[in-house]
Write a protein that binds this ligand. Structure first.
Ligand code: FAD
Ligand code: FES
Length: 261
């Protein structure tokens, strides 16, 4: 179930270099949302027709609010336009979109976020805690000392960190942080760059764990109609011989063994 909604900006602040934290009033979408889903955000400029897919970093159905944390990718981009939004401005949304994460109750979880894959893991961590679904350990991978949302993760559960340059936490990747801190679990839930997801799939395979990954592909329609966002499935659909999966509609969350990474 999804809906189109004109959202009103409640507040926006910078979280660090080029990272913005946008809080929106969008009661209809907030009511339907699930952790791991995303919204299509439409730039107001007429020359930018395509929406930008942004994950839900948080939502509050009672307050009717959504939280998006996103990176501005460059000058004259749609995300740069979003970064100028101020309280009271409006912006068109379509959502919630995609399947979101389904947590296996009682199975000890390792939540992994890398780079701009960090934001969606915060809502998942909060839901796991609030609903007491399972034990969890959070693993966050950053490039350097420019961490964001880290203090909020630490308030939810035990959190370990890696950074490419070693400025915070373990030097190296999320896997290095998992090994250095002896993090154990039954299931991995992850969002981040493809090399990280691939490494996590291989790690989970070696340990006999399940691994669910949230994929990022360029999108156009965001609702399953245009096939701009397909990734390859590891097995053929019995009826159509189709090996494609649409990240926007069949994902963005997949069992890591079901798709080619
Ligand atoms: P432009 O150069 O103006 O974009 C041009 C076009 O290319 C637009 O249609 C844009 O949507 C598309 N595009 C460019 N880069 C990407 C990309 N990496 N992925 C998909 N489409 C792209 N980013 C965040 O910062 N925070 C998030 O929470 C987040 N969640 C995402 C969830 C999903 C399911 C997906 C697919 C992507 C997510 N992204 C997120 C990436 C974000 O969508 C892109 O960074 C953004 O669309 C780039 O738009 P732009 O206006 O900055 O760039
Ligand atoms: Fe059109 Fe996924 S973006 S099918």
């Amino acid at each position: 179930q999804k809906t189109e909604e004109m959202a009103t900006v409640l507040e926006q602040q910078a979280l660090g270099s080029n990272i913005f934290d946008l809080k929106l009033k969008a009661p209809q979408i907030a009511k339907l949302a699930k952790a791991g889903q995303f919204v299509s955000v439409y730039p107001n400029r007429a020359d930018k027709l395509l929406p930008r897919p942004i994950s839900l970093c948080g939502f509050d159905p009672k307050e009717g609010s959504l939280r998006l944390v996103y990176r501005v990718t460059g000058e004259h981009t749609g995300t740069e336009e979003f970064s100028r939004l101020q309280a009271g401005d409006t912006i068109r949304l379509l959502g919630p979109l995609g399947n979101g994460f389904t947590v296996e109750p009682g199975k000890k979880a390792i939540l992994v976020g890398g780079g701009i894959g960090v934001p969606p893991m915060l809502e998942l961590a909060k839901q796991i805690k609030a609903q007491q679904l399972c034990e969890q350990t959070i693993v966050m991978g950053y490039r350097d000392a420019n961490t964001f949302l880290l203090d909020e993760f630490e308030q939810v559960a035990t959190t370990v960190v890696s950074s490419d340059d070693g400025a915070v936490g373990t030097k190296g990747t999320a896997i290095d942080a998992i090994l250095a801190n002896h993090v154990t679990g039954d299931v991995i839930y992850a969002c981040g760059p493809k090399p990280m997801l691939r490494a996590l799939r291989d790690y989970a395979r070696a340990k006999g764990m399940r691994c669910f990954v949230s994929m990022e592909e360029r999108m156009a329609c965001g609702i399953g109609a245009c096939l701009a966002c397909v990734c390859q499935s590891t097995h053929e659909d019995g009826h159509s011989n189709v090996k494609n999966k649409r990240v926007c509609a069949d994902g963005p969350v997949f069992d890591a063994e079901e798709i080619e990474l």
